[in-house]
Design a protein around this ligand. Structure first.
Ligand code: ADP
Length: 579
């Protein structure tokens, strides 16, 4: 492992885009008098004469010195630069009075010092625990990391802020992409690691880190075997989940993502991993450059410090449920859009990591899906299964995009349709009986009963039920069926299955919904978290949706669960290895 100078490794450079979130740190007043974590920290703020930079040195848990580099005009700012740093040292905090006549520079120094200390300010804790590895987050990535860290011989504590494990994983469709010669050859499907690499990399507009993509596609088949080895069951046949671009998606036998969580939880229990629910990580502790533990708020509301002798694994998932944060990074993602995500997907880990200097990548890449429930934005409730066997029609009864396209292309096309509204349309080839299930374990008849889908024995009757012109819908279906027969689709759909000609027919209304945040903390192929200067932050690992750089600007359907397993395992192994 590369070595860094102490000073260099602890510089906390706070990026401009995220200031709003960094500033939302712990509320000082009620939390008691803070101490500080040893190290050298940098922060900057705009001042009269431009950007002003403050370097704060903490020794023996106290602010030892504050140095200012300013371009403010001499004279006006001199008094502030001479007095405010000393006042901050004396007060052991930034709550000091401004210098009369130099208030702008005074406030800038205070603001820059506050940013420098954002990750280094430690409020009192009620108790302290210790272990080898702490994992933050109990979805796929966190559980996989916990199991592998335990396999490496480490004592592991996993903290999860919700009252249950599973995060977004447990509500995901459940598809796991991996090249699988055994299953694929039985179905006559040609595939290769290179093809998975190429589709993932190009499907994300080559914005991903190729080394991470390579690690991902190579690790996915082994991750699948690892899960199967622990008793997890996948269907015998692979399929193409929405936006996967190729039939290498593995559907789980258990509904949605429950099979993953059940399997990994059993393995974690078997290895003695201590799971603390309703325990929210609030801060990652970095001292003299090295990450040494975290602070959590436990189920009783008490602040507890957990020291981790070997490492901390960040596996807190994404931020698609954080309306303010997602709009700050992509202004098109307006608050009215629903999300498929669980309410805990708030980006906590990204904020915590950034406070201690982690670099972020691809934060502006936020994935929407065209398959949200019009009322709630969730993915459940629509009838259909294989991309090959369903189509999308708008309120005019017309198709408008290839249903085998990338997720971003399909959603952008949907946004342009009347009322941003469409119907997924399939027939009995997808749902042979009313009891046949979608990938959320809901039967076709249940969806119809709930009112999230409509069914009829003819296309014309179905059209009337969904308020679409019957003749227009008939013409669309006829044209699609001619294309299937000729193996040449009018909209260029490459993955063509059966004709839509077998009653009963189903139509499910759907709208755009926010699904996945491709950006996050920057990692290398060993899952070490990287700082703004390109150096690994010692002791900190990350995996899963909290990380960026694997999916570029657009994630393929079915790649997320595989990503969480591949990188969760790597993070856990490396964090758990004896130092
Ligand atoms: P991934 O697919 O990357 O594993 P998930 O969304 O499945 O992501 O899991 C992330 C988990 O992390 C969720 O269960 C979420 O509640 C949890 N989590 C998020 N923030 C915190 C936090 N601050 N402290 C503890 N757990 C957290």
């Amino acid at each position: 492992m590369k070595r860094f100078s102490r000073t260099f490794a602890v510089l906390a450079i706070v990026g401009a885009a995220s200031l709003a979130f960094v500033a939302a740190g712990p509320f000082a007043g009620a939390m008691g008098k803070p101490s500080y974590l040893n190290g050298v920290y940098e922060g900057s703020a705009p001042s009269h004469g431009g950007e002003l930079t403050v370097t704060v040195t903490v020794k023996k848990s106290k602010i030892a010195s504050v140095a200012v580099k300013a371009t403010d005009s001499a004279g006006i700012s001199d008094a502030a630069i001479a007095k405010i740093p000393a006042a901050i040292v004396k007060a052991q905090g930034v709550e000091v009075d401004a210098v009369a006549g130099a208030s702008e520079t005074s406030e800038a120094i205070k603001a820059a010092a506050a940013k420098a200390l954002a990750g280094a300010t430690l409020y009192p804790v009620a108790s302290t625990m210790k272990t080898d590895v702490v994992v933050i987050g109990g979805g796929n990535a966190g559980l996989a990391a916990a199991v592998e860290a335990a396999n490496a011989g480490a004592k592991v504590i996993l903290v999860e802020k919700m009252a249950f494990l599973g995060g977004n994983t447990i509500r995901a469709g459940g598809a796991y992409n991996a090249v699988d010669p055994e299953r694929q050859s039985r179905q006559g499907i040609e595939d290769s690691i290179d093809k998975h690499f190429q589709q993932t990399y190009e499907g994300g507009d080559k914005k991903a880190d190729p080394a991470l993509v390579r690690t991902f596609v190579e690790g996915a088949p082994e991750g699948l075997k690892w899960l199967e080895g622990m008793g997890m069951k996948f269907n015998d046949k692979v399929f193409t989940v929405l936006g996967a671009l190729w039939p290498r998606s593995h559907a789980t036998v258990d509904p949605v993502g429950t099979g993953f969580i059940k399997t990994l939880k059993a393995a974690a229990d078997g290895k003695g991993v201590k799971v603390l629910l309703e325990t929210k990580a609030d801060q990652i502790l970095r001292e003299d450059g090295k990450v040494t533990g975290i602070v959590v708020v436990d189920a009783a509301g008490k602040r507890v410090r957990i020291n981790a002798a070997r490492g901390v694994v960040l596996a807190t998932g994404g931020f698609a449920a954080n309306k303010e944060m997602r709009q700050a990074y992509d202004s098109r993602i307006t608050p009215n859009l629903g999300t498929t995500n669980h309410p805990g997907a708030m980006g906590d880990g990204i904020v915590m990591a950034e406070r201690i200097g982690a670099a972020l990548v691809g934060m502006e890449y936020i994935q929407m899906l065209p398959l949200g429930d019009p009322k709630t934005g969730v993915l459940e409730g629509w009838v259909g299964f294989n991309v090959e066997d369903y189509i999308y029609v708008n309120k005019d009864g017309k198709r408008f995009v290839s249903e085998a396209e990338r997720r971003d292309v399909m959603t952008q096309a949907l946004i342009k349709q009347r009322d941003q509204y469409m119907f997924v349309l399939c027939d009995a080839h997808s749902m042979p009986t009313p009891q046949s299930k979608n990938s959320f374990n809901e039967s076709a008849e249940d969806c119809v009963k709930k009112g999230t889908a409509f069914t009829a024995d003819t296309i014309e009757e179905l059209a009337v039920k969904i308020g679409v012109d019957p003749a227009a819908l008939r013409a669309t279906i006829d044209e699609y069926n001619r294309g299937v027969e000729a193996k040449s689709d009018a909209l260029g759909k490459k993955l063509l299955g059966n004709k839509l000609d077998k009653a009963p027919y189903y139509a499910s209304p759907r709208v755009p919904t926010v699904h996945h945040t491709m950006g996050g903390v920057k990692i290398d192929t060993a899952c070490r978290v990287i700082d703004a200067k390109g150096a690994a932050i010692p002791g900190l690992y990350a995996a899963g949706e909290v990380t960026g750089g694997i999916h570029g600007s657009n994630r393929l359907g079915g790649n997320a669960l595989a990503d969480t397993i591949v990188f969760g395992r790597i993070a856990g192994k490396n964090a758990g290895a004896k130092k």
